[in-house]
Ligand binder design. Structure first.
Ligand code: C5P
Length: 407
């Protein structure tokens, strides 16, 4: 387990899953790591575990009632929300996920979750059907979008006697993840990361364009991760739905040609360049200056190839620069992606299965493999875009760290 010497304050929200008793072990592990733990038990958690157990383990008052804090400024919800370095909700029921996703504030824990700006980590624990229910999945997607983190759940035997996904992941793993969030890495401090993101629009006429299904979510997850590790982050993005985090230098473009021009200008001074954009490979040779009306006869488009932005950057990369390409493929994933290591002059290629509901454009999770130039293949399955971003930035950081400039 990781070591921390800080006296960080964690709010440990315990909700009414049968796994609530395991939260005592989580509290105990955190305390052993020098973390100050403020336990908060919802009404249903109190049916399963006694607040006194948490008080004995943490040495702190367990918060249980919404209105009691008025008499006790130490546990007044805004004060705790402001003071906490991390909110850890373990176990997290479907109910607390739903409330957090929709801003419902009807008890101390849910109210304080709205008031805090600290990172929030959920360790879900619930019956498999409840976990797999579209409502729970949609709530988790909303929370992920907002930057909340999840650890688990695990697959195994449930309290209700069935086997499946939904068990809370083991306390050591929950605590390791919490400590990582408390002690953020600054391993990209002083580095500049350039990311291309979103899809491009190639105009046919003033109202129509050729586009694609890119949502910009992968680029946003990468920007968030690089920023959290103290990099300077620049994103060149096509028109997209995903909002980019505050602190990122954003250049919004429409076409591949515009993206190519800005990315090529910025690339020489970047340490790492990540091509997460779904760049249109073709554009209409001549875009019409007036709308082509129905009844005006057939419209024939001649498409010409767009510049390959990441391949051009890869070709001109200087020693020590890291270039990463994405390969979205429906067939022969690994074979096609391997070719891109060479054609893009890339150090890493993220091979990404598209065309299935749980992987690819617009989906919340991805399945595929990170390939490197040493024939290394690091597979991932059903990984959230945030987790893939973390894994990829780890790899980039390692490559940047191994570069030894020649004398
Ligand atoms: O060749 P393909 O489009 O499959 O390659 C995908 C990778 O190349 C992605 O990293 C994408 O951002 C980048 N790309 C690019 N410019 C293009 C086409 C793709 O930078 N015109």
């Amino acid at each position: 387990m990781m070591k921390t010497t800080s006296t960080n304050e964690v709010v440990l929200g315990v909700t009414g899953s049968i796994a609530a008793y395991k939260a005592c072990e989580i509290a105990s592990l955190l305390v052993k790591q020098g973390v100050r733990v403020t336990p908060v038990l919802t009404r249903s958690a109190r049916e399963l575990v006694a607040p006194a157990s948490f008080e004995a383990i943490t040495g702190n008052r367990a918060i249980t009632e919404m209105f009691e804090p008025l008499l006790n400024p130490e546990i007044e919800h805004i004060a705790v929300a402001t003071r906490a370095r991390l909110f850890l909700i373990a176990p997290a029921t479907a109910n607390v996920l739903a409330k957090a996703a929709h801003g419902i504030a009807d008890d101390w824990l849910s109210t304080t979750l709205l008031a805090t700006r600290a990172p929030i980590l959920f360790a879900p624990a619930m019956n498999t059907n409840m976990y797999e229910h579209p409502a729970t999945q949609a709530n988790m997607a909303i929370l992920r979008e907002r930057g909340c983190r999840f650890v688990g759940p695990d697959v195994g035997r449930m309290a209700c006697g069935t086997e499946g996904i939904g068990r809370m992941i083991k306390p050591e793993t929950v605590v390791d993840t919490a400590l990582t969030l408390l002690d953020p890495r600054c391993d990209l401090d002083g580095r500049h990361v350039l990311i291309t993101s979103g899809g491009t629009h190639e105009p046919i006429d003033p109202v129509r364009y050729i586009g694609n299904r890119s949502s910009g979510k992968m680029g946003r997850a990468l920007a968030r991760e690089a920023l959290s590790r103290k990099a300077r982050v620049t994103v060149v993005t096509g028109p997209h739905d995903a909002s980019l985090p505050h602190g990122v230098d954003v250049h919004v473009v429409e076409t591949a040609a515009q993206m190519a021009e800005i990315a090529a200008r910025l690339a020489p001074e970047a340490d790492a360049i990540i091509g997460a954009a779904a760049v249109s490979d073709f554009r209409p040779q001549d875009s019409l200056t007036h709308k082509h009306k129905r009844g005006a006869g057939a419209l024939t488009l001649t498409l010409v190839e767009n510049p390959d932005i990441i391949a051009t950057i890869g070709m001109h990369k200087r020693p020590g620069q890291v270039v990463v390409a994405f390969a979205a493929e429906t067939d022969d994933l690994i074979e096609n992606a391997k070719v891109k290591l060479d054609t893009k002059h890339a150090d890493l290629v993220v091979a990404n299965q598209v065309g299935t509901p749980d992987s690819g454009f617009g989906s919340e999770t991805l399945t595929g493999c990170i390939l490197d130039r040493n024939d290394g293949a690091d597979p991932f399955e059903g990984l959230s875009k945030a987790d893939l971003a973390e894994r990829l930035i780890d790899r980039i950081t390692a490559l940047l760290g191994t570069f030894v400039p020649s004398a």
